[in-house]
Ligand binder design. Structure first.
Ligand code: PLP
Length: 474
């Protein structure tokens, strides 16, 4: 017996030593990584995607379409591959099209030979821009919430992101907060409109405020306009570059991804005054050399799509927006802000819901078989930046992003799943009420109701539904 105990102790000691050694090795390896890489943790989307797969959940999380790309564009890509456009390539025709569009949409004169750089999506255009303009310690202002990649690109370039919180529920720009964010170290401001995750389209007044600040502080502006063609309710997209005196200090980034439902093609561009565009181009060439050749060729077909294409893109997405907003309202979300552009609804949890955004999405996957994105990943404003109490930032854990860039079938299936859950909950609540009123007394039915209750109490999560029950099932 003593020998067995000794062996067990020995095994435990060995395990302890092995664990310590493994941890030591891991720490030594981690030391070799850059500070930025060490600071990067998996996003909440990645962490939840495994759970979503296990439950085969309907995907309203990812910001890309689940419907086919337009056939004429796909055919152009196939034909480009068959025509052997398969080597490093710069397709100047893209720059010609983009320059024409900038004139048509914003009245801007852009030289297609010098002012446009074709990149691997907006993402590379943005990263190359940051490497081109940011030095160690330069501050770059970003609005909060924001699309996740800006912060990392700024840090990779050695810059310091400075966040300016947009104010819920309408994600209003607060002039005082903006003014306070400028310092002598400010190099640039990033503007994404139409906006991911909120669906906000910055107004002309807000753009004028931003333009005024850029001029006062003599800084650059970097815009992300990937949703430029997806606006609703007769709202139209205004490029910050089109405001007086702004073209000479603005780098516009955009891409084919969202407009043509081809996020995997990786074709985007940066538009800037020649001296900046040349720096961005030099960096782009060193990082990726060129964007995928066959898809650059197919981009020519995409960019020459007739106006009817852009009209139907907008109206199709507006119907999907309405469908998503109605679906969420029906299950009890109280949406104060209806998206004006992009393809996301950023929905606040009901006030009496005690779950955090991440807990809510976990329950949404398990109970309803639908996955969305917890909003916390889009917020970065810290207490010291906001100069206020923790309670003032608690809204950062109370938003869920639902993507509606999905087929009608997907949206209908999600709607059915959520409705089923509401119905099940309604039955549960009415049974509980019946028991309370002494109407349901048989042992058998009490047992059934109790097991239903314990099942729900175990996960009772979608307090949203509880809230709805308070209002509708009383
Ligand atoms: C605001 C915003 N910018 C950029 C991107 C990425 O664009 P691209 O595919 O052109 O790199 C996305 C994708 O979700 C986005 O939402």
């Amino acid at each position: 017996m003593a020998a067995v105990q000794w062996k067990l102790k020995q095994a435990a000691d060995d395990k302890f030593c092995n664990d310590n050694a493994a941890e030591g090795r891991r720490m030594a390896e981690m030391e070799k990584l850059s500070l930025v890489a060490k600071a990067l943790t998996p996003s909440p989307i990645q962490q939840l995607s495994y759970l979503a797969q296990r439950y085969n959940a309907i995907n309203l999380a990812e910001g890309f379409p689940d419907f086919p790309a337009p056939p004429h564009i796909k055919n152009a890509a196939v034909s480009a591959i068959n025509s052997d456009f398969n080597q490093y390539r710069h397709v100047q025709g893209i720059c010609d099209h983009v320059a024409r569009k900038m004139k048509e949409m914003h009245g801007l004169d852009v030289d297609p030979l010098t002012d446009i750089v074709i990149c691997c999506g907006q993402s590379e255009a943005f990263a190359a821009t940051m490497f081109a303009i940011v030095d160690q310690g330069d501050e770059v202002i970003i609005f909060d919430p924001s699309y996740e990649t800006y912060e990392t690109c700024i840090r990779l370039a050695g810059g310091v992101p400075v966040h300016v919180a947009l104010e819920p529920p309408n994600w209003t720009l607060n002039l005082d907060k903006l003014k306070k964010s400028f310092t002598v170290k400010t190099k640039a401001i990033v503007l994404n409109s139409p906006h991911n995750p909120t669906g906000k389209v910055f107004t002309k007044d807000e753009l004028e405020i931003i333009a005024g600040a850029c001029q006062t502080w003599n800084i650059l502006a970097v815009t992300d306009e990937v949703y430029e063609h997806i606006t609703f309710d007769k709202e139209s997209h205004i490029s910050l570059a089109s405001l007086p005196e702004m073209q000479k200090r603005t780098i516009v980034t955009s891409s084919l991804s969202k407009t043509f439902s081809v996020t995997g093609w990786r074709i985007g561009w940066a538009i800037a005054p020649a001296w900046i565009a040349s720096a961005v181009r030099n960096i782009h060439i060193r990082i990726t050399d060129s964007a995928p050749a066959p898809f650059q060729e197919a981009a020519l077909t995409a960019l020459s799509s007739p106006p009817a294409y852009f009209d139907s893109l907008r109206s199709d997405y507006e119907s999907k927006r309405d469908c998503a907003v109605n679906m969420l309202a029906e299950v009890g979300f109280k949406l104060q802000f209806k998206p004006k552009g992009s393809f996301f609804v950023f929905a606040p949890l009901p006030e009496n819901c005690t779950l955090s955004d991440v807990e809510f999405v976990e329950e949404l996957i398990k109970q309803a078989g639908v996955v969305a994105v917890p909003g916390c990943g889009f917020f970065h404003t810290t207490l010291c930046e906001e100069n206020s109490s923790p309670a003032a930032l608690s809204y950062q854990r109370r938003y869920i992003r639902f993507a509606f860039c999905k087929s009608e079938d997907t949206l209908a299936a999600a709607s059915r799943k959520l409705s089923k859950l509401v119905d099940a909950y309604a039955i549960l609540v009415s049974r509980v009420r019946a028991i309370r009123l002494g109407r349901l007394v048989s042992k058998n039915s009490c047992f059934k109701v109790n097991s239903l209750i314990s099942c729900y109490v175990a996960h009772l999560a979608i307090l949203l539904l509880a809230q709805k029950s308070e209002h509708s099932f009383k």
